[in-house]
Design a protein around this ligand. Structure first.
Ligand SMILES: Cc1cc2nc3c(=O)[nH]c(=O)nc-3n(C[C@H](O)[C@H](O)[C@H](O)COP(=O)(O)OP(=O)(O)OC[C@H]3O[C@@H](n4cnc5c(N)ncnc54)[C@H](O)[C@@H]3O)c2cc1C
Length: 309
């Protein structure tokens, strides 16, 4: 199928893009086009105006921030994030997760801003953004504001973006001392959307107990689900097998997974339990070394690292 007719603008600067979005309330930004174009071809979206962001090279950056974190421009391609040495060093959860997003050809075009703004409940990037306590920089002609990722995702394919507003960047804080992360997902084939996925970030205190845990699930609700029950089950406890199992059981209290042609709700609940346990085991292993009874597993290879531009 072909999309209905639309007007097309290709601004050369962020200011020009924001002015066009302000001028055309029914406009949609076009980033990698990997979600928007198929949606238009199926006529699920029929924007009258497209504002193409692909000339905005000043939004296509990955740079270390002064506090030890990293800033990623909205037009950074997913493949560039996957291969970035800065991301590998400062946001290893993101580096570990990127190979699970679709296929290399799609990641070559797909952008960080596009994935966040699209807010697909089965997408990996939103869950990672919430797990890492990312802050999103949103721009419009009236200025800029910064929002926690947790507050950005408001529902099924819905975000806190106001009309005329763009995601301009994602800021990730420096990894805390004695912290580690892990990602797990199950999809029918590699590159398919996940049936369930889990991103987790854990931190130990000086006594080796769990000081904080962020367990975020995808494909189990209307958006990324941060499990308060899993965090409570781990808080202050030695992160052994018993605490991890308790957290993995607790996670389902926070979920209301859908049943669809891909998987039943019961199967998704079972996956949530198993994947949470695996992800937490691996994260705790990474932060304090393997303990008795903890299974070892090699993390997926994120592929060759190339220097950032
Ligand atoms: C076959 C296939 C498999 C896929 N599998 C996965 C998968 O497993 N996991 C996954 O996460 N994704 C998957 N995707 C989606 C892919 O990752 C997309 O790249 C991503 O969802 C959207 O990024 P994009 O840059 O292509 O955005 P676009 O398609 O250009 O835009 C998506 C939406 O975001 C809006 N938008 C884009 N940029 C901005 C911005 N800066 N500010 C505000 N709004 C903006 C657009 O107006 C549009 O509404 C898959 C896609 C395909 C085609």
């Amino acid at each position: 199928m072909k999309p209905p007719a639309f007007a097309y603008f290709r601004p050369a600067s962020l200011e020009e893009a924001l002015a066009l979005l302000a001028e055309h309330p029914d406009a949609k930004p076009l980033a990698g086009g990997q979600s928007l174009v198929p949606t238009m071809n199926f006529r699920l979206a029929q924007p009258a105006v497209l504002v193409d962001l692909n000339r905005l090279s000043d939004l296509a950056y990955i740079k270390p921030s002064a506090d030890g974190g990293v800033e990623i421009g909205a037009m950074a391609r997913q493949r560039a994030v996957e291969r970035s040495a800065v991301i590998a060093a400062r946001a290893p959860l993101l580096a570990e997760t990127m190979p699970f997003v679709a296929h290399p050809q799609i990641r070559n075009r797909g952008t960080v801003g596009g994935s966040l703004a699209h807010a697909d409940p089965a997408a990996e990037l939103p869950a990672v953004a919430v797990a890492l306590e990312a802050r999103l920089v949103l721009r419009s002609t009236t200025g800029a504001r910064t929002l926690d990722a947790e507050r950005f995702f408001t529902g099924l394919f819905a975000t806190a973006l106001e009309p005329g507003e763009l995601v301009a960047a994602m800021e990730l804080p420096a990894p805390a001392p004695r912290s580690a992360c892990a990602f797990e997902e199950v999809a029918r084939r590699h590159g398919d959307y996940a049936l369930v996925g889990v991103a987790c970030a854990v931190r130990l205190d000086d006594a080796g107990h769990c000081a904080s845990a962020r367990v975020v699930l995808l494909s189990v609700g209307e958006g990324p689900v941060l499990s308060a029950s899993a965090a409570a089950a781990l808080q202050g406890r030695a992160p052994g097998e018993a605490a991890i199992r308790a957290a993995a059981e607790a996670v389902n209290r926070d979920l209301d997974p859908p049943s669809d042609i891909h998987a039943s709700a019961a199967y998704r609940r079972q996956l949530a339990r198993v994947l949470t346990r695996r992800a937490l085991q691996r994260a705790f292993e990474r932060v304090r070394g393997p303990g008795p009874g903890v299974r070892k597993r090699r993390p997926p290879d994120p592929g060759p690292l190339t220097p950032d531009p």
